[in-house]
Ligand binder design. Structure first.
Ligand code: HEC
Length: 202
């Protein structure tokens, strides 16, 4: 069942409901993540002394059988306004996005994406991606992907003092993540739990 046909007022209620008619995504991290992706990124982070760009480039280089330089050149060709991944169909991109989200974003936006992670500062909550308005906009048109890309790349909000230093409340990730990494985290945020596979016991 597609959720787009639900009238807007009803949708706002349903999106928040327990089952949420499948619109209440993003999927829980443990459902979205393929353990092989989590292991591959952890291994690459280890090998690069936690350099998140390098680690991802190394991972994709092995995955695609390309030289690291070629991965970097391909990344520079990726659009900064249009997500190259389809959160509704591309389970692998959702899994990789969830891995990246878990490592780089969950400490502020929360494991459950509600914006209440342990690293947030009082008075500067991180955006809640489960809010009814966010889910409605994701369900209808994928959310504000272009402006989310800019927020992640350039940072957003007031200048604040985190334990590691002063930055915008939403710190800029331009130097830390490739374009592809940024789009993958957005792909995870765009995913809906209606597209989650059934859990198996294997
Ligand atoms: C150190 C805490 C922190 C981390 C880490 C963090 N964020 Fe944020 N983020 C915030 C805060 C706080 C805001 C709200 C900024 C404001 O006041 O507008 C925010 C806002 C955003 C927004 C803008 C949402 C909107 O509606 O405009 C996006 C998108 C976002 N974060 C995505 C991410 C992603 C993806 C990551 C991981 C790569 C991440 N954030 C990591 C704290 C964080």
């Amino acid at each position: 069942m597609e959720c787009i046909v639900v009238p807007v007022a009803a949708a706002l209620v349903l999106l928040n409901g327990p089952a949420g008619f499948g619109c209440a995504g993003p999927q829980p991290l443990d459902v979205a993540i393929d353990p092989a992706d989590e292991l591959a990124y952890a291994t690459a982070l280890d090998a690069t002394e936690l350099d998140s760009r390098k680690a991802f480039i190394q991972w994709m280089s092995a995955e695609r059988g390309l030289a690291p330089d070629a991965v970097v050149r391909a990344d520079a060709q990726i659009s900064e306004s249009r997500n190259p991944f389809d959160a509704r169909r591309d389970r692998r991109a959702v899994s990789r996005g969830a891995v990246l989200y878990k490592v780089h974003c969950a400490k502020c936006h929360g494991e459950d994406t509600r914006g209440e992670g342990p690293a947030t500062l009082a008075g500067h909550p991180a955006s809640n991606f489960k809010s009814p308005l966010k889910r409605l906009s994701v369900t209808l048109f994928g959310g504000a992907a272009g402006s989310w890309f800019r927020a992640i790349r350039d940072g957003k909000g007031d200048e604040v003092e985190y334990p590691l230093g002063a930055t915008a409340a939403m710190p800029p990730f331009a130097g830390e993540l490739t374009r592809e990494q940024i789009w993958l985290t957005i792909t995870y945020l765009q995913s809906l739990d209606m597209y989650a596979p059934a859990k198996t016991d294997d």
